[in-house]
Design a protein around this ligand. Structure first.
Ligand SMILES: CC(C)(COP(=O)(O)OP(=O)(O)OC[C@H]1O[C@@H](n2cnc3c(N)ncnc32)[C@H](O)[C@@H]1OP(=O)(O)O)[C@@H](O)C(=O)NCCC(=O)NCCS
Length: 186
């Protein structure tokens, strides 16, 4: 079953995001704040959350500072409406390659479009430092299938003071991954 997630789901959802993206990835307090300015979607079966997708408001300044989407680009891409940060998409390993990730993202995009509040969704898809930048990550195939387009690449965008104490499970500490920025109009 695909549905909107809420506070009651946070224990399971946090477990999933910590498992895939590093412990702790998003604290419970931060999740509670993000739920006020965004959307959580989950795929659930028999009470077990198998997948989750988090999207929340991003300000024009954050979009520019974090993802290098300049004010000029925002004019073109955001339809003069607020934008969403597609923060993550996560499916437990044992449930991947069964279409859950794509069904959940299609559902999320449809629900957010129907809400009629936001212009576009932006996301950073991470490429570990030792990977060939030409090689696409699984999520890029999925995102492109659902209408996302690549905007540009960022070289180690988290190598800034603000993220010095972040934990990246791939880098084993301060994140040195590169990123590709994708967007999709709603
Ligand atoms: C990426 C992820 C969300 C895919 O979820 P999923 O449920 O397996 O996706 P689906 O089964 O719906 O697959 C959709 C498409 O994605 C692509 N894809 C998914 N896994 C892939 C893989 N391991 N290698 C290459 N392409 C892949 C394929 O194009 C696939 O279509 P196909 O099965 O017709 O070939 C999941 O593997 C995951 O959670 N990974 C870890 C976390 C992560 O990297 N999240 C994304 C960034 S936040």
């Amino acid at each position: 079953m695909l549905r909107h997630g809420d506070e009651k789901d946070l224990e399971q959802v946090k477990k999933l995001s910590d498992h895939l993206f590093g412990d702790p990835y998003i604290s419970t307090e931060e999740y509670l704040e993000l739920l006020k300015i965004g959307y959580l979607f989950v795929a659930e079966e028999d009470g077990e959350i198998q997948a989750a997708s988090l999207h929340h408001l991003i300000t024009p300044k954050e979009l520019s500072d974090e993802m290098a989407v300049t004010p000029e680009m925002q004019k073109d891409l955001c339809k003069e409406r607020p934008s969403l940060h597609f923060r993550y998409h996560a499916v437990y390993e044992e449930h991947t390659r069964k279409g859950i990730g794509s069904s959940l993202l299609a559902y999320a995009l449809q629900e957010m479009k129907e809400d009629n509040k936001y212009g576009s969704v932006f996301t950073q898809l991470w490429v570990p430092l030792n990977r060939n930048m030409k090689e696409k990550q699984p999520m890029e195939f999925l995102a492109e299938k659902l209408g996302f387009s690549k905007l540009h690449e960022q070289f180690q965008p988290w190598q800034i003071e603000k993220y010095k104490h972040s934990y990246c499970p791939v880098c084993g500490g301060w994140c040195r991954c590169n990123a590709r920025v994708y967007y999709r109009e709603l």
